[in-house]
Design a protein around this ligand. Structure first.
Ligand code: GUN
Length: 295
Protein backbone atom coordinates (compact mmCIF):
# COMPACT_ATOMS: atom_id res chain seq x y z
CA UNK A 1 0.00 0.00 0.00
CA UNK A 2 1.30 3.42 -0.92
CA UNK A 3 1.76 5.71 2.06
CA UNK A 4 0.26 9.16 1.43
CA UNK A 5 2.51 11.54 3.32
CA UNK A 6 0.33 13.84 5.38
CA UNK A 7 2.13 17.19 5.28
CA UNK A 8 -0.79 18.89 6.99
CA UNK A 9 -0.51 16.64 10.03
CA UNK A 10 3.30 16.73 10.27
CA UNK A 11 3.19 20.54 9.97
CA UNK A 12 0.50 20.72 12.66
CA UNK A 13 2.74 18.69 15.02
CA UNK A 14 5.64 21.02 14.28
CA UNK A 15 3.49 24.07 14.98
CA UNK A 16 2.18 22.56 18.23
CA UNK A 17 5.76 22.00 19.40
CA UNK A 18 6.77 25.53 18.37
CA UNK A 19 3.81 27.01 20.23
CA UNK A 20 4.89 25.24 23.43
CA UNK A 21 8.50 26.30 22.91
CA UNK A 22 7.57 29.95 22.27
CA UNK A 23 5.44 29.99 25.42
CA UNK A 24 8.44 28.72 27.44
CA UNK A 25 10.74 31.26 25.76
CA UNK A 26 8.28 34.03 26.66
CA UNK A 27 8.46 33.00 30.31
CA UNK A 28 12.25 32.85 30.19
CA UNK A 29 13.02 36.01 28.22
CA UNK A 30 9.83 38.08 28.62
CA UNK A 31 9.63 38.40 24.84
CA UNK A 32 8.33 36.54 21.78
CA UNK A 33 9.79 36.13 18.27
CA UNK A 34 8.91 38.96 15.87
CA UNK A 35 8.59 38.32 12.13
CA UNK A 36 8.46 41.16 9.60
CA UNK A 37 6.65 40.09 6.43
CA UNK A 38 7.15 42.25 3.35
CA UNK A 39 4.97 41.92 0.27
CA UNK A 40 5.58 44.16 -2.75
CA UNK A 41 2.69 44.51 -5.20
CA UNK A 42 -0.42 42.39 -5.45
CA UNK A 43 0.43 39.06 -7.06
CA UNK A 44 -2.56 36.87 -6.11
CA UNK A 45 -0.50 33.78 -5.17
CA UNK A 46 1.83 35.90 -2.99
CA UNK A 47 -1.18 37.37 -1.16
CA UNK A 48 -2.43 33.83 -0.41
CA UNK A 49 0.98 32.74 0.91
CA UNK A 50 1.51 35.90 2.98
CA UNK A 51 -1.93 35.56 4.54
CA UNK A 52 -1.30 31.90 5.45
CA UNK A 53 2.18 32.68 6.84
CA UNK A 54 0.82 35.54 8.96
CA UNK A 55 -2.07 33.48 10.34
CA UNK A 56 0.12 30.46 11.17
CA UNK A 57 2.79 32.65 12.78
CA UNK A 58 0.27 34.42 15.00
CA UNK A 59 -1.27 31.11 16.04
CA UNK A 60 2.02 29.86 17.48
CA UNK A 61 2.64 33.14 19.31
CA UNK A 62 4.95 34.94 16.88
CA UNK A 63 4.36 38.67 16.56
CA UNK A 64 3.91 39.56 12.88
CA UNK A 65 4.80 43.00 11.56
CA UNK A 66 3.22 43.32 8.10
CA UNK A 67 4.55 45.65 5.41
CA UNK A 68 2.57 45.68 2.18
CA UNK A 69 4.21 48.00 -0.35
CA UNK A 70 2.98 49.28 -3.72
CA UNK A 71 4.31 47.37 -6.71
CA UNK A 72 5.80 50.66 -8.00
CA UNK A 73 7.97 51.22 -4.89
CA UNK A 74 11.65 51.79 -5.69
CA UNK A 75 14.38 49.32 -4.82
CA UNK A 76 15.96 52.05 -2.70
CA UNK A 77 12.78 52.42 -0.61
CA UNK A 78 12.63 48.68 -0.02
CA UNK A 79 16.31 48.58 0.95
CA UNK A 80 15.66 51.43 3.39
CA UNK A 81 12.79 49.51 5.01
CA UNK A 82 14.92 46.36 5.34
CA UNK A 83 17.72 48.41 6.90
CA UNK A 84 15.27 49.80 9.47
CA UNK A 85 14.00 46.29 10.27
CA UNK A 86 17.58 44.97 10.51
CA UNK A 87 18.09 47.44 13.36
CA UNK A 88 14.84 46.85 15.24
CA UNK A 89 15.12 44.82 18.45
CA UNK A 90 11.57 43.44 18.23
CA UNK A 91 12.18 42.03 14.71
CA UNK A 92 14.00 38.69 14.78
CA UNK A 93 13.05 37.45 11.32
CA UNK A 94 12.51 39.27 8.02
CA UNK A 95 10.75 37.68 5.06
CA UNK A 96 10.47 39.30 1.63
CA UNK A 97 7.87 37.39 -0.36
CA UNK A 98 9.15 36.47 -3.83
CA UNK A 99 8.88 37.12 -6.71
CA UNK A 100 9.61 40.84 -6.61
CA UNK A 101 8.60 43.28 -9.38
CA UNK A 102 10.87 43.19 -12.42
CA UNK A 103 12.49 46.58 -11.71
CA UNK A 104 14.10 45.12 -8.59
CA UNK A 105 17.18 42.94 -8.38
CA UNK A 106 16.09 40.06 -6.19
CA UNK A 107 19.53 39.03 -4.95
CA UNK A 108 20.40 42.63 -3.95
CA UNK A 109 17.29 42.66 -1.77
CA UNK A 110 17.97 39.23 -0.24
CA UNK A 111 21.60 40.19 0.42
CA UNK A 112 20.45 43.28 2.35
CA UNK A 113 18.64 41.24 5.03
CA UNK A 114 20.88 40.73 8.06
CA UNK A 115 21.96 37.04 7.97
CA UNK A 116 20.84 36.61 11.60
CA UNK A 117 17.31 37.76 10.65
CA UNK A 118 17.09 35.82 7.40
CA UNK A 119 13.81 33.94 8.01
CA UNK A 120 14.00 32.26 4.58
CA UNK A 121 17.63 31.15 4.78
CA UNK A 122 18.34 32.75 1.38
CA UNK A 123 21.24 35.04 2.43
CA UNK A 124 24.64 33.96 1.02
CA UNK A 125 26.02 33.55 4.56
CA UNK A 126 23.27 31.06 5.44
CA UNK A 127 23.50 29.34 2.05
CA UNK A 128 27.24 28.95 2.73
CA UNK A 129 26.70 27.61 6.25
CA UNK A 130 24.26 25.02 4.93
CA UNK A 131 26.81 23.84 2.40
CA UNK A 132 29.45 23.40 5.14
CA UNK A 133 28.22 20.30 6.90
CA UNK A 134 30.12 21.14 10.09
CA UNK A 135 27.43 23.58 11.25
CA UNK A 136 24.84 22.45 13.73
CA UNK A 137 21.33 22.29 12.21
CA UNK A 138 19.76 23.45 15.46
CA UNK A 139 21.01 27.01 14.95
CA UNK A 140 20.90 27.16 11.15
CA UNK A 141 18.44 29.19 9.11
CA UNK A 142 17.58 26.71 6.34
CA UNK A 143 15.39 27.38 3.27
CA UNK A 144 11.89 26.39 4.34
CA UNK A 145 10.58 24.27 1.47
CA UNK A 146 13.53 21.86 1.21
CA UNK A 147 13.78 21.58 4.98
CA UNK A 148 10.08 20.72 5.09
CA UNK A 149 10.72 18.01 2.47
CA UNK A 150 13.55 16.58 4.58
CA UNK A 151 11.38 16.48 7.71
CA UNK A 152 8.74 14.53 5.75
CA UNK A 153 11.40 12.06 4.55
CA UNK A 154 12.69 11.61 8.10
CA UNK A 155 9.14 11.09 9.33
CA UNK A 156 9.05 7.90 7.21
CA UNK A 157 11.70 6.40 9.53
CA UNK A 158 13.77 5.03 6.68
CA UNK A 159 17.54 4.96 6.44
CA UNK A 160 18.53 7.74 4.02
CA UNK A 161 22.22 6.76 3.94
CA UNK A 162 23.37 5.80 0.44
CA UNK A 163 19.97 6.30 -1.17
CA UNK A 164 19.88 7.57 -4.76
CA UNK A 165 18.06 10.90 -4.70
CA UNK A 166 17.12 12.79 -7.86
CA UNK A 167 16.24 16.46 -7.43
CA UNK A 168 14.37 17.90 -10.40
CA UNK A 169 14.97 21.66 -10.47
CA UNK A 170 18.03 23.75 -9.57
CA UNK A 171 16.45 26.86 -8.03
CA UNK A 172 18.06 28.72 -5.14
CA UNK A 173 14.81 28.38 -3.19
CA UNK A 174 14.35 24.61 -3.49
CA UNK A 175 16.58 22.52 -5.78
CA UNK A 176 20.05 23.60 -4.65
CA UNK A 177 19.38 23.68 -0.87
CA UNK A 178 17.46 20.39 -1.17
CA UNK A 179 20.55 18.81 -2.68
CA UNK A 180 22.71 20.18 0.15
CA UNK A 181 20.36 18.76 2.78
CA UNK A 182 20.30 15.32 1.12
CA UNK A 183 24.10 15.30 0.82
CA UNK A 184 24.25 15.98 4.57
CA UNK A 185 22.10 12.87 5.04
CA UNK A 186 24.63 10.87 2.99
CA UNK A 187 22.32 10.39 0.00
CA UNK A 188 23.85 10.13 -3.47
CA UNK A 189 22.35 13.20 -5.11
CA UNK A 190 21.70 13.98 -8.77
CA UNK A 191 20.51 17.50 -9.54
CA UNK A 192 18.60 17.71 -12.81
CA UNK A 193 17.13 20.60 -14.80
CA UNK A 194 15.66 21.60 -18.14
CA UNK A 195 18.88 20.75 -20.03
CA UNK A 196 19.30 17.32 -18.43
CA UNK A 197 19.53 14.44 -20.89
CA UNK A 198 17.33 11.40 -20.26
CA UNK A 199 15.53 12.64 -17.16
CA UNK A 200 13.14 9.65 -17.19
CA UNK A 201 16.15 7.29 -17.19
CA UNK A 202 17.75 9.09 -14.21
CA UNK A 203 14.46 9.06 -12.30
CA UNK A 204 14.02 5.32 -12.90
CA UNK A 205 17.19 4.75 -10.88
CA UNK A 206 16.06 6.94 -7.96
CA UNK A 207 15.04 5.77 -4.50
CA UNK A 208 13.87 9.31 -3.77
CA UNK A 209 12.53 11.85 -6.27
CA UNK A 210 12.04 15.50 -5.31
CA UNK A 211 10.08 17.24 -8.07
CA UNK A 212 10.55 21.01 -7.91
CA UNK A 213 10.45 22.11 -11.51
CA UNK A 214 7.18 24.04 -11.83
CA UNK A 215 5.75 22.01 -14.71
CA UNK A 216 2.30 20.53 -14.14
CA UNK A 217 2.23 16.70 -13.97
CA UNK A 218 5.61 16.29 -15.64
CA UNK A 219 6.83 13.22 -13.73
CA UNK A 220 5.06 10.19 -15.18
CA UNK A 221 4.39 6.81 -13.63
CA UNK A 222 6.77 5.05 -16.00
CA UNK A 223 9.66 7.28 -14.80
CA UNK A 224 9.32 5.96 -11.25
CA UNK A 225 10.92 2.85 -9.80
CA UNK A 226 8.63 0.50 -7.88
CA UNK A 227 8.81 1.48 -4.20
CA UNK A 228 10.44 4.91 -4.69
CA UNK A 229 9.57 7.85 -2.43
CA UNK A 230 8.20 10.86 -4.32
CA UNK A 231 8.01 14.37 -2.90
CA UNK A 232 6.07 16.81 -5.08
CA UNK A 233 7.02 20.45 -4.49
CA UNK A 234 5.05 21.80 -7.46
CA UNK A 235 2.01 24.01 -7.02
CA UNK A 236 0.61 24.67 -10.49
CA UNK A 237 -2.77 26.13 -11.35
CA UNK A 238 -4.26 24.47 -14.42
CA UNK A 239 -7.57 25.15 -16.13
CA UNK A 240 -10.00 22.29 -16.48
CA UNK A 241 -13.47 21.96 -17.91
CA UNK A 242 -16.00 20.64 -15.39
CA UNK A 243 -19.64 20.30 -16.41
CA UNK A 244 -18.91 22.64 -19.31
CA UNK A 245 -17.44 25.29 -16.98
CA UNK A 246 -13.82 26.45 -16.77
CA UNK A 247 -12.33 25.79 -13.33
CA UNK A 248 -8.80 26.11 -11.94
CA UNK A 249 -7.24 23.11 -10.27
CA UNK A 250 -4.06 22.90 -8.17
CA UNK A 251 -1.73 20.17 -9.40
CA UNK A 252 1.84 19.24 -8.61
CA UNK A 253 4.83 18.46 -10.84
CA UNK A 254 3.94 14.77 -10.58
CA UNK A 255 1.25 12.85 -12.48
CA UNK A 256 -0.21 11.74 -9.17
CA UNK A 257 -2.71 9.15 -10.43
CA UNK A 258 0.08 7.23 -12.22
CA UNK A 259 2.93 7.72 -9.74
CA UNK A 260 0.85 6.81 -6.71
CA UNK A 261 0.62 3.26 -8.10
CA UNK A 262 4.41 2.88 -8.20
CA UNK A 263 5.66 4.82 -5.18
CA UNK A 264 5.95 3.45 -1.64
CA UNK A 265 5.27 6.97 -0.32
CA UNK A 266 4.10 10.16 -2.03
CA UNK A 267 3.06 13.69 -1.06
CA UNK A 268 -0.30 14.99 -2.29
CA UNK A 269 -0.89 18.48 -3.74
CA UNK A 270 -2.29 20.31 -1.88
CA UNK A 271 -1.67 19.06 1.67
CA UNK A 272 1.90 17.87 1.20
CA UNK A 273 4.85 20.24 1.00
CA UNK A 274 2.87 23.52 1.28
CA UNK A 275 2.03 23.41 5.00
CA UNK A 276 5.57 22.22 5.78
CA UNK A 277 7.10 25.30 4.13
CA UNK A 278 5.14 27.57 6.46
CA UNK A 279 5.90 25.50 9.56
CA UNK A 280 9.62 25.68 8.74
CA UNK A 281 9.40 29.46 8.37
CA UNK A 282 8.04 29.59 11.93
CA UNK A 283 10.87 27.31 13.02
CA UNK A 284 13.47 29.62 11.45
CA UNK A 285 11.93 32.67 13.10
CA UNK A 286 12.05 30.93 16.49
CA UNK A 287 15.68 29.92 15.90
CA UNK A 288 16.59 33.51 14.94
CA UNK A 289 14.91 34.66 18.17
CA UNK A 290 16.84 32.15 20.29
CA UNK A 291 20.10 32.93 18.49
CA UNK A 292 19.63 36.63 19.33
CA UNK A 293 20.16 35.74 23.02
CA UNK A 294 23.38 33.85 22.26
CA UNK A 295 25.15 37.00 20.99
N1 GUN B 1 8.09 32.54 -3.03
C1 GUN B 1 7.92 31.21 -3.27
N2 GUN B 1 8.45 30.48 -2.25
C2 GUN B 1 8.95 31.36 -1.37
C3 GUN B 1 9.61 31.19 -0.11
O1 GUN B 1 9.86 30.09 0.39
N3 GUN B 1 9.96 32.36 0.50
C4 GUN B 1 9.71 33.58 -0.03
N4 GUN B 1 10.11 34.65 0.65
N5 GUN B 1 9.11 33.75 -1.19
C5 GUN B 1 8.73 32.65 -1.85
Amino acid sequence: MTHIINGKEIAQNLRNNLKKEISKLKNKFGDVPGLAVIQVGNIAASSVYVKAKTKNAQEVGIEVIDHHLEGSVSEEELLKLINTLNNKNNVHGILVQLPLPEHMHEQTILDSIHPDKDADGFHPVNVGKLSIAAHNDENLLIPCTPYGCLIMLKDLNIDLVGKNAVVIGRSNIVGKPMAQLLIKESCTVTITHSKTKDLPGLCKNADIIIAAVGRPRMVKGEWVKEGAIVIDVGINRVEILKDGEKKTLLVGDVEYSEVEKKASAITPVPGGVGPMTIACLLRNTTIAFKNSFLK
